[in-house]
Design a protein around this ligand. Structure first.
Ligand SMILES: Nc1ncnc2c1ncn2[C@@H]1O[C@H](COP(=O)(O)OP(=O)(O)O)[C@@H](O)[C@H]1O
Ligand SMILES: [Mg+2]
Length: 221
């Protein structure tokens, strides 16, 4: 069982968690539609782990990951978010816990994965922060240890979401593609260039990603 090491604060809810703050709003409805479409896109095969990426930084990967995770937990699933973005970790900030210990410490064999997982105030939703930045992150993400992490997570949770770095320019994401059942490619309306989108898809296909679909994110002002 997952040990409850520290509960995220119940008094402060990060505004990124719209699906939690305002579950009946139209934006939450759209996240639920994406959640349901993931199910349909799987074509009958079991999707238990999902990697979320985009061509570059700031396009909304983490925001989408946390809101999808909330919607999945609201459906009754046990959900784990793994922050696999060592360069720009944000999941811990959204849930107000420390960056470390986390995935990097587990991969560095400093502690067991269950010791690094936090319960959150969202019923059914746990998180594994990134841990401190690694300089050999790609090698560790490409290792048997990471396969073991995914194996453990799949045994304990109905769905595992990996919040990843951009797929272009950072090799970490492609090291994880083959360890997940499906990939969601996120593009930002008005920001992502067409060439970047094509290049990102090409890079993911090269790594043999099972791209379930593309999410077009539009930032509200
Ligand atoms: N749909 C959206 N509406 C409003 N703000 C958004 C939306 N998506 C992302 N943002 C904001 O944009 C910034 C970058 O988003 P983030 O999810 O951290 O991007 P990434 O993980 O791709 O780097 C954050 O401040 C986030 O709150
Ligand atoms: Mg991010």
């Amino acid at each position: 069982m997952v040990r409850e090491r520290q509960k995220a604060s119940k008094t402060y809810v990060n505004r990124s968690l719209l699906a939690y703050i305002n579950p009946h709003g139209s934006i939450s409805e759209q996240y639920r539609t994406i959640r349901n479409n993931i199910h349909y896109a799987s074509n009958g095969s079991k999707i238990q782990s999902l990697l979320v990426t985009s061509p570059s930084e700031g396009e909304g990967k983490s925001t989408t990951t946390v809101n999808l995770a909330v919607c999945m937990a609201q459906r009754g699933d046990r959900v784990l978010i793994i922050d696999a973005n060592f360069r720009n970790p944000i999941i811990n900030k959204i849930f107000q816990v420390q960056t470390s210990p986390g995935l990097s410490n587990v991969l560095g064999q400093q502690l067991e994965i269950r010791e690094a997982i936090y319960n959150t105030e969202v019923e059914g939703l746990d998180i594994l922060p990134s841990g401190q930045r690694l300089y050999n992150s790609t090698e560790l993400l490409d290792s048997q240890l990471m396969i073991d992490v995914m194996q453990y997570a799949s045994e304990q949770y109905d769905m595992v979401l990996l919040d990843c770095p951009p797929v272009l320019g950072v090799p970490d994401t492609n090291a994880l593609v083959g360890k997940c059942d499906g990939v969601l490619l996120l593009l930002q309306s008005g920001k992502t260039q067409q060439e970047q989108a094509i290049e990102a898809k090409r890079a993911l296909m090269f790594a043999k990603a099972n791209i379930l679909g593309v999410i077009l994110n539009q930032k509200s002002v």
